[in-house]
Design a binder for this molecule. Structure first.
Ligand code: G3H
Ligand code: 13P
Ligand code: ZN
Length: 315
Protein backbone atom coordinates (compact mmCIF):
# COMPACT_ATOMS: atom_id res chain seq x y z
CA UNK A 1 0.00 0.00 0.00
CA UNK A 2 1.37 3.43 -0.92
CA UNK A 3 1.55 6.09 1.76
CA UNK A 4 -0.39 9.36 1.45
CA UNK A 5 2.72 11.48 1.10
CA UNK A 6 4.27 13.30 -1.83
CA UNK A 7 7.34 11.05 -1.52
CA UNK A 8 7.32 7.30 -1.05
CA UNK A 9 9.40 5.08 1.21
CA UNK A 10 12.42 3.35 -0.30
CA UNK A 11 12.61 -0.48 -0.14
CA UNK A 12 14.96 -1.37 2.71
CA UNK A 13 16.92 -3.87 0.59
CA UNK A 14 17.75 -1.02 -1.81
CA UNK A 15 19.16 1.04 1.09
CA UNK A 16 21.16 -1.96 2.32
CA UNK A 17 22.53 -2.86 -1.13
CA UNK A 18 23.76 0.72 -1.54
CA UNK A 19 25.39 0.52 1.91
CA UNK A 20 27.22 -2.72 1.06
CA UNK A 21 28.41 -1.30 -2.24
CA UNK A 22 29.51 1.95 -0.57
CA UNK A 23 31.14 0.17 2.42
CA UNK A 24 29.13 1.97 5.08
CA UNK A 25 26.28 0.93 7.39
CA UNK A 26 22.86 2.46 7.92
CA UNK A 27 21.46 2.94 11.40
CA UNK A 28 17.97 1.60 12.06
CA UNK A 29 16.49 3.83 14.72
CA UNK A 30 13.45 2.91 16.82
CA UNK A 31 10.53 5.31 16.64
CA UNK A 32 7.88 5.51 19.34
CA UNK A 33 6.61 9.06 19.15
CA UNK A 34 6.71 12.29 17.16
CA UNK A 35 9.72 13.81 18.92
CA UNK A 36 11.94 10.76 18.32
CA UNK A 37 10.92 10.68 14.66
CA UNK A 38 11.56 14.40 14.16
CA UNK A 39 14.96 14.11 15.83
CA UNK A 40 16.05 11.16 13.66
CA UNK A 41 14.84 12.70 10.41
CA UNK A 42 16.38 16.10 11.15
CA UNK A 43 19.70 14.39 11.85
CA UNK A 44 19.49 12.44 8.56
CA UNK A 45 18.56 15.57 6.62
CA UNK A 46 21.42 17.61 8.04
CA UNK A 47 24.04 14.94 7.36
CA UNK A 48 22.57 13.72 4.05
CA UNK A 49 22.21 10.18 5.41
CA UNK A 50 19.72 7.49 4.36
CA UNK A 51 17.64 6.28 7.29
CA UNK A 52 15.82 3.16 8.38
CA UNK A 53 13.01 3.99 10.79
CA UNK A 54 11.85 1.01 12.78
CA UNK A 55 8.75 0.31 14.77
CA UNK A 56 8.46 -2.54 17.29
CA UNK A 57 5.35 -4.37 18.47
CA UNK A 58 5.64 -2.28 21.63
CA UNK A 59 5.73 0.94 19.60
CA UNK A 60 2.62 -0.13 17.67
CA UNK A 61 0.88 -0.84 20.96
CA UNK A 62 2.00 2.44 22.54
CA UNK A 63 1.38 4.82 19.66
CA UNK A 64 -0.96 2.94 17.30
CA UNK A 65 0.43 1.93 13.90
CA UNK A 66 -1.83 4.37 12.07
CA UNK A 67 -0.50 7.35 14.01
CA UNK A 68 3.07 6.25 13.38
CA UNK A 69 2.45 5.87 9.65
CA UNK A 70 0.91 9.34 9.48
CA UNK A 71 3.94 10.77 11.28
CA UNK A 72 6.25 9.01 8.81
CA UNK A 73 4.23 10.45 5.92
CA UNK A 74 4.84 13.91 7.38
CA UNK A 75 8.54 13.10 7.78
CA UNK A 76 8.78 12.09 4.10
CA UNK A 77 7.25 15.39 3.09
CA UNK A 78 9.73 17.34 5.18
CA UNK A 79 12.86 15.59 3.90
CA UNK A 80 14.53 14.50 0.66
CA UNK A 81 16.74 11.66 1.92
CA UNK A 82 16.00 7.94 1.31
CA UNK A 83 13.85 6.66 4.19
CA UNK A 84 12.50 3.19 4.81
CA UNK A 85 10.01 2.04 7.42
CA UNK A 86 10.68 -1.32 9.01
CA UNK A 87 8.90 -3.60 11.49
CA UNK A 88 11.37 -4.49 14.26
CA UNK A 89 11.11 -8.04 15.73
CA UNK A 90 7.81 -9.17 14.22
CA UNK A 91 7.00 -12.34 16.11
CA UNK A 92 4.41 -13.94 13.85
CA UNK A 93 2.95 -13.84 10.34
CA UNK A 94 -0.01 -11.68 11.40
CA UNK A 95 2.00 -8.69 12.63
CA UNK A 96 4.20 -8.84 9.51
CA UNK A 97 1.08 -8.94 7.31
CA UNK A 98 -0.42 -5.93 9.15
CA UNK A 99 2.75 -3.93 8.53
CA UNK A 100 3.06 -4.99 4.88
CA UNK A 101 -0.60 -4.04 4.40
CA UNK A 102 0.00 -0.76 6.25
CA UNK A 103 2.66 0.34 3.77
CA UNK A 104 5.96 -0.53 5.54
CA UNK A 105 8.94 -1.02 3.24
CA UNK A 106 10.29 -4.00 5.18
CA UNK A 107 9.43 -6.33 8.03
CA UNK A 108 11.47 -8.44 10.36
CA UNK A 109 10.16 -11.88 11.13
CA UNK A 110 11.97 -12.93 14.27
CA UNK A 111 11.72 -16.70 14.30
CA UNK A 112 14.87 -17.09 16.39
CA UNK A 113 12.98 -18.76 19.24
CA UNK A 114 11.79 -21.53 16.91
CA UNK A 115 13.66 -24.58 15.65
CA UNK A 116 15.78 -24.13 12.49
CA UNK A 117 13.11 -25.80 10.33
CA UNK A 118 10.20 -23.89 11.88
CA UNK A 119 12.11 -20.60 11.56
CA UNK A 120 12.67 -21.31 7.84
CA UNK A 121 9.00 -22.23 7.29
CA UNK A 122 7.73 -19.09 9.09
CA UNK A 123 10.22 -16.79 7.36
CA UNK A 124 9.37 -18.30 3.95
CA UNK A 125 5.67 -17.67 4.53
CA UNK A 126 6.35 -14.00 5.37
CA UNK A 127 8.74 -13.68 2.40
CA UNK A 128 6.08 -14.98 -0.01
CA UNK A 129 3.50 -12.49 1.24
CA UNK A 130 5.91 -9.54 1.47
CA UNK A 131 7.75 -10.04 -1.83
CA UNK A 132 4.50 -10.18 -3.79
CA UNK A 133 3.91 -6.66 -2.46
CA UNK A 134 7.45 -5.30 -2.96
CA UNK A 135 8.36 -5.44 0.73
CA UNK A 136 11.71 -6.79 1.97
CA UNK A 137 12.14 -9.23 4.84
CA UNK A 138 14.76 -9.44 7.59
CA UNK A 139 15.06 -12.73 9.48
CA UNK A 140 17.07 -13.79 12.53
CA UNK A 141 19.15 -16.85 13.17
CA UNK A 142 20.85 -17.44 16.53
CA UNK A 143 19.96 -16.00 19.90
CA UNK A 144 20.69 -12.49 21.09
CA UNK A 145 20.36 -13.30 24.79
CA UNK A 146 22.96 -11.56 26.94
CA UNK A 147 25.87 -13.87 27.55
CA UNK A 148 28.51 -14.07 30.26
CA UNK A 149 32.11 -13.05 29.63
CA UNK A 150 33.59 -16.53 29.97
CA UNK A 151 31.20 -18.34 27.67
CA UNK A 152 32.54 -21.71 26.47
CA UNK A 153 32.98 -22.70 22.83
CA UNK A 154 30.11 -25.19 22.99
CA UNK A 155 27.81 -22.61 24.62
CA UNK A 156 28.75 -20.14 21.89
CA UNK A 157 27.96 -22.71 19.22
CA UNK A 158 24.51 -23.25 20.75
CA UNK A 159 23.66 -19.53 20.92
CA UNK A 160 25.53 -17.72 18.15
CA UNK A 161 24.70 -17.90 14.44
CA UNK A 162 26.19 -20.89 12.64
CA UNK A 163 27.73 -19.80 9.29
CA UNK A 164 26.68 -22.91 7.32
CA UNK A 165 23.17 -22.76 8.73
CA UNK A 166 23.00 -19.06 7.81
CA UNK A 167 23.74 -19.83 4.15
CA UNK A 168 21.17 -22.64 4.07
CA UNK A 169 18.61 -20.50 5.89
CA UNK A 170 18.90 -17.65 3.38
CA UNK A 171 18.77 -20.02 0.41
CA UNK A 172 15.67 -21.83 1.65
CA UNK A 173 13.72 -18.92 3.18
CA UNK A 174 14.45 -16.28 0.54
CA UNK A 175 14.96 -13.53 3.16
CA UNK A 176 16.62 -10.24 2.13
CA UNK A 177 18.79 -9.67 5.20
CA UNK A 178 19.77 -11.64 8.27
CA UNK A 179 20.23 -10.58 11.88
CA UNK A 180 23.17 -12.47 13.34
CA UNK A 181 24.05 -13.36 16.91
CA UNK A 182 27.75 -12.71 17.53
CA UNK A 183 27.67 -11.47 21.12
CA UNK A 184 25.45 -8.37 21.20
CA UNK A 185 22.26 -8.17 23.25
CA UNK A 186 19.46 -5.65 23.70
CA UNK A 187 19.42 -2.98 26.37
CA UNK A 188 21.97 -1.10 28.47
CA UNK A 189 23.77 -4.05 30.08
CA UNK A 190 25.43 -5.92 27.25
CA UNK A 191 28.64 -7.30 28.72
CA UNK A 192 29.70 -8.44 32.19
CA UNK A 193 33.44 -8.16 31.59
CA UNK A 194 35.31 -6.83 28.60
CA UNK A 195 33.09 -6.17 25.56
CA UNK A 196 33.70 -8.90 23.01
CA UNK A 197 32.10 -9.73 19.68
CA UNK A 198 32.84 -12.87 17.70
CA UNK A 199 34.32 -11.28 14.56
CA UNK A 200 35.87 -14.58 13.47
CA UNK A 201 32.39 -16.04 13.27
CA UNK A 202 31.10 -12.93 11.48
CA UNK A 203 33.85 -13.35 8.85
CA UNK A 204 32.81 -17.00 8.41
CA UNK A 205 29.16 -15.97 8.07
CA UNK A 206 30.06 -13.38 5.43
CA UNK A 207 32.13 -15.95 3.53
CA UNK A 208 29.24 -18.44 3.66
CA UNK A 209 26.42 -16.06 2.65
CA UNK A 210 28.35 -14.06 0.04
CA UNK A 211 29.63 -10.49 0.00
CA UNK A 212 26.43 -9.05 -1.50
CA UNK A 213 24.11 -10.26 1.25
CA UNK A 214 23.37 -7.68 3.99
CA UNK A 215 23.80 -8.71 7.61
CA UNK A 216 22.12 -6.94 10.52
CA UNK A 217 23.49 -6.18 13.97
CA UNK A 218 20.86 -5.94 16.70
CA UNK A 219 21.59 -4.78 20.21
CA UNK A 220 24.12 -2.32 18.83
CA UNK A 221 23.76 0.64 21.18
CA UNK A 222 27.05 1.90 22.58
CA UNK A 223 25.44 3.05 25.85
CA UNK A 224 27.70 6.13 26.10
CA UNK A 225 28.88 6.80 29.66
CA UNK A 226 28.12 10.54 29.24
CA UNK A 227 24.44 9.83 28.51
CA UNK A 228 24.12 7.44 31.45
CA UNK A 229 25.85 10.05 33.65
CA UNK A 230 23.32 12.75 32.69
CA UNK A 231 20.54 10.36 33.73
CA UNK A 232 22.26 9.32 36.97
CA UNK A 233 23.31 12.87 37.90
CA UNK A 234 19.67 13.83 37.69
CA UNK A 235 18.02 11.20 39.80
CA UNK A 236 18.21 7.98 37.77
CA UNK A 237 19.69 4.79 39.19
CA UNK A 238 21.18 2.95 36.23
CA UNK A 239 24.40 1.26 37.40
CA UNK A 240 26.65 -1.22 35.60
CA UNK A 241 25.87 -0.26 32.02
CA UNK A 242 27.98 -1.36 29.06
CA UNK A 243 27.46 -1.14 25.30
CA UNK A 244 29.23 -1.98 22.06
CA UNK A 245 32.42 0.11 21.70
CA UNK A 246 32.22 2.35 18.65
CA UNK A 247 35.44 1.12 17.04
CA UNK A 248 33.80 -2.29 16.58
CA UNK A 249 31.35 -0.95 13.99
CA UNK A 250 34.15 -0.36 11.48
CA UNK A 251 35.12 -4.04 11.67
CA UNK A 252 31.48 -5.19 11.60
CA UNK A 253 30.80 -3.07 8.50
CA UNK A 254 33.85 -4.53 6.73
CA UNK A 255 32.45 -7.98 7.48
CA UNK A 256 29.07 -7.44 5.82
CA UNK A 257 26.95 -5.65 8.44
CA UNK A 258 24.85 -3.08 6.57
CA UNK A 259 22.12 -2.35 9.16
CA UNK A 260 22.86 -1.40 12.76
CA UNK A 261 19.96 -1.28 15.22
CA UNK A 262 19.87 1.45 17.84
CA UNK A 263 17.17 2.03 20.41
CA UNK A 264 18.68 2.14 23.91
CA UNK A 265 20.98 5.10 23.14
CA UNK A 266 18.01 7.16 21.97
CA UNK A 267 16.10 6.29 25.14
CA UNK A 268 19.05 7.37 27.31
CA UNK A 269 19.49 10.66 25.43
CA UNK A 270 15.77 11.46 25.59
CA UNK A 271 15.37 10.54 29.26
CA UNK A 272 18.60 12.22 30.37
CA UNK A 273 17.59 15.51 28.76
CA UNK A 274 14.16 15.40 30.40
CA UNK A 275 15.61 14.56 33.82
CA UNK A 276 18.17 17.37 33.51
CA UNK A 277 15.49 19.82 32.43
CA UNK A 278 13.32 19.02 35.44
CA UNK A 279 16.27 19.15 37.84
CA UNK A 280 17.07 22.64 36.54
CA UNK A 281 13.48 23.82 36.12
CA UNK A 282 11.38 22.24 38.88
CA UNK A 283 8.51 24.59 38.14
CA UNK A 284 8.02 23.56 34.51
CA UNK A 285 5.02 21.49 33.49
CA UNK A 286 4.46 22.37 29.83
CA UNK A 287 5.53 19.23 27.84
CA UNK A 288 6.98 21.45 25.12
CA UNK A 289 9.47 22.84 27.62
CA UNK A 290 11.05 19.45 28.40
CA UNK A 291 10.41 17.69 25.10
CA UNK A 292 12.31 20.36 23.15
CA UNK A 293 15.70 19.58 24.79
CA UNK A 294 14.86 15.85 24.72
CA UNK A 295 14.32 16.01 20.95
CA UNK A 296 17.53 17.99 20.52
CA UNK A 297 19.50 15.42 22.54
CA UNK A 298 18.21 12.57 20.38
CA UNK A 299 19.09 14.50 17.23
CA UNK A 300 22.66 14.94 18.53
CA UNK A 301 23.14 11.25 19.29
CA UNK A 302 21.69 10.21 15.92
CA UNK A 303 24.04 12.65 14.14
CA UNK A 304 26.90 11.07 16.05
CA UNK A 305 25.78 7.54 15.07
CA UNK A 306 25.48 8.57 11.43
CA UNK A 307 29.11 9.70 11.50
CA UNK A 308 30.32 6.60 13.35
CA UNK A 309 28.53 4.30 10.87
CA UNK A 310 29.79 6.33 7.90
CA UNK A 311 26.26 6.97 6.59
CA UNK A 312 26.77 10.73 6.16
CA UNK A 313 26.89 12.05 2.62
CA UNK A 314 25.25 8.96 1.09
CA UNK A 315 21.81 10.49 0.48
O1 G3H B 1 14.67 -4.87 20.18
C1 G3H B 1 14.09 -4.18 20.97
C2 G3H B 1 13.89 -2.74 20.67
O2 G3H B 1 14.73 -1.97 21.49
C3 G3H B 1 12.45 -2.38 20.82
O3 G3H B 1 12.09 -2.39 22.15
O4 G3H B 1 10.02 -3.78 22.20
O5 G3H B 1 10.55 -2.15 24.04
O6 G3H B 1 9.85 -1.32 21.79
P1 G3H B 1 10.51 -2.42 22.57
P1 13P C 1 19.78 -1.68 21.58
O1 13P C 1 18.99 -2.09 22.78
O2 13P C 1 21.23 -2.03 21.74
O3 13P C 1 19.60 -0.26 21.22
O4 13P C 1 19.27 -2.56 20.34
C1 13P C 1 18.11 -2.20 19.65
C2 13P C 1 17.65 -3.27 18.72
O5 13P C 1 18.32 -4.22 18.42
C3 13P C 1 16.30 -3.11 18.15
O6 13P C 1 15.93 -4.21 17.37
ZN1 ZN D 1 16.68 -6.05 18.08
Amino acid sequence: MALYSKRQLVPTRQILDAALAGKYAVGAYNVNNMELLQAIVEAGNELRAPLILQVSAGARKYANQEYLIKLVEAALNSSDIPISLHLDHGEDFEICKACVDGGFSSVMIDGSKHSFEDNIALTKKVVEYAHERGVSVEAELGKLAGVEDNISVSEKDAIYTNPDEAAEFIERSGCDSLAVAIGTSHGAFKFKGEPKLDFERLAEIKAAVGKDFPLVLHGASSVPAELVKICNDNGAVIPGTMGVPEYMFTEATKLGVAKINVDTDLRLAFTGAIRKHFAENPGHFDPRQYLTPARAAVKEIVKHKIQVFGTNGHA
